[in-house]
Design a protein around this ligand. Structure first.
Ligand SMILES: Nc1ncnc2c1ncn2[C@@H]1O[C@H](COP(=O)(O)OP(=O)(O)O)[C@@H](O)[C@H]1O
Ligand SMILES: [Mg+2]
Length: 304
């Protein structure tokens, strides 16, 4: 008999709409293939939904805060029902870009230089510090968001204005800007699934470039890299996946500049619409959308 799958989607993060899209598309594909499916928000009805529907597996289609950062994973542990993707600790480590960068650096994975900025710090000192340690332009980003939400490239001229627009975060991260190419890699358990290159028409791979077809970001697969460089980036992603302790499928985002890879982050809940990057890489490797989903479900039933 086909299994009952509860899909967790929506949530309260800034990536709510992307998550709903992922949830709906995964649900559609599963239903088409004979599964019983229910979609639930991770809200106060979750417990009731789980108790009534009695799913065999929970497919976590959430992104961002409270869905990708260990919070919902902690709640799911309590239900004693297998859930997809990474567990509590790997999710929280990967979601915190400052902590995961420290782990990358310790393990000799190259990542852009950065400093942390807490609100209330003097902007004049900050600018001096940037000039000493990073040089302009720099990239300002929240420590725990996704989908390029509130990521800005800043010059010395506009940094104060951008900083004041980011006051909702107590702390942010300021990184050196790395030019060059944008390459992302998917890992599927012990398999180095593959890489894809993104060529945004916009200034960088921002929210628009990621989700609006009008932005016309070009997806290039297979990526044009010499074999040794392709292996290098696949191995770096695999290493990041393992040292963070991830499970299931992950996607690591890199910049490639002057023959050197810079790991920006590892995503434990990569987008899973039919048009998302991991499904695209899987398809290139001959793994259909349903086969990918079924692999993720099966993987959920093995120990975290
Ligand atoms: N240090 C950087 N140098 C150049 N571009 C960057 C840098 N950091 C981020 N970006 C751009 O912003 C995008 C989103 O940044 P990322 O760190 O992956 O955060 P998110 O979790 O929002 O995806 C990247 O894909 C890249 O285009
Ligand atoms: Mg990213």
């Amino acid at each position: 008999m086909k299994k009952k799958i509860l899909i967790l989607a929506g949530g309260i993060s800034k990536e709510r709409l992307i998550s709903l899209d992922t949830g709906l598309q995964v649900a559609k594909e599963l239903k088409k293939n004979g599964y019983k499916v229910k979609i639930s928000e991770p809200d106060s009805n979750l417990s009731k939904n789980i108790n009534q529907f009695k799913p065999n597996i929970i497919f976590n289609a959430l992104h961002g805060q409270f869905g990708e950062d260990g919070y919902i994973q902690t709640i799911l542990e309590g239900f004693k029902i297998p859930y997809t993707h990474s567990g509590v600790i790997a999710s929280s480590l990967a979601m915190d870009k400052a902590i995961s960068k420290k782990i990358f650096i310790k393990n000799k994975i190259n990542t852009p230089k950065y400093i942390k900025y807490s609100y209330g710090e003097n902007n004049f000192n900050l600018i001096k510090n940037i000039e000493k340690k990073l040089k302009f332009p720099v990239v300002l980003k929240p420590i725990n968001e996704g989908s390029s939400v509130n990521v800005f490239i800043c010059t010395k001229k506009n940094i104060s204005r951008v900083l004041s627009s980011m006051k909702i975060y107590a702390e942010i991260m300021i990184e050196e800007f790395i030019g060059g190419r944008e390459i992302q890699v998917a890992i599927m358990g012990n398999k180095k699934l593959g890489a894809i290159e993104l060529k945004p028409k916009r200034k960088f791979y921002d929210y628009e470039a990621k989700y609006s077809v009008n932005a016309k970001t070009k997806h290039i697969i297979p990526v044009k890299l010499p074999k040794n460089k392709l292996n290098e980036v696949l191995n770096l992603s695999f290493k990041a996946h393992k040292i963070i302790g991830c499970k299931g499928v992950t996607r690591s985002d890199f910049k490639f500049y002057k023959n050197k890879f810079y790991l920006l982050e590892i995503n434990t809940q990569p987008g899973m619409t039919k048009l998302s990057l991991v499904p695209e890489i899987a398809k290139y490797r001959g793994i259909s959308f349903i086969k990918l989903i079924e692999w993720i479900l099966k993987d959920a039933t093995t120990k975290k």
